[in-house]
Design a protein around this ligand. Structure first.
Ligand SMILES: [Zn+2]
Length: 110
């Protein structure tokens, strides 16, 4: 690098800086994914989905999800997993708390 001009060195250093920034962001995304998988879950909560006042399905949340407005029933992990796998047309995983990821049904996006 010593036989490079200052302009060439600066260009190379900027490329290294950009790569390091990308790598840091990628590592932080992976940390967030693993934290989501590793969190301690204390049960699951069902909530009825309604459209125009009519029931159209059930959302399943992790029990501590802050999006739960009208909880209906508490489920253990086995029942929540069964509900999401066996009747996926009616039961949906909350997109905020991702019980499907906590239960190992869905892998987090990478
Ligand atoms: Zn939720």
């Amino acid at each position: 690098m010593s036989d490079l001009t200052p302009s060439e060195r600066l260009s190379k250093l900027r490329a290294v800086e950009a790569w390091l920034e990308w790598h840091l962001g990628d590592t932080r995304r992976k940390i967030a994914q693993v934290e989501q998988q590793a969190r301690v879950v204390h049960g699951y909560i069902t909530e009825q989905e309604r459209k125009a006042g009519r029931p159209v399905g059930v959302t399943i949340h992790v029990a501590d999800c802050d999006r739960i407005q009208h909880p209906v029933a508490a489920l253990d992990a086995t029942k929540a997993q069964y509900a999401l796998l066996k009747d996926s047309g009616f039961n949906h995983a909350c997109e905020h708390c991702r019980p499907d990821v906590a239960l190992g049904i869905t892998k987090p996006e990478s």
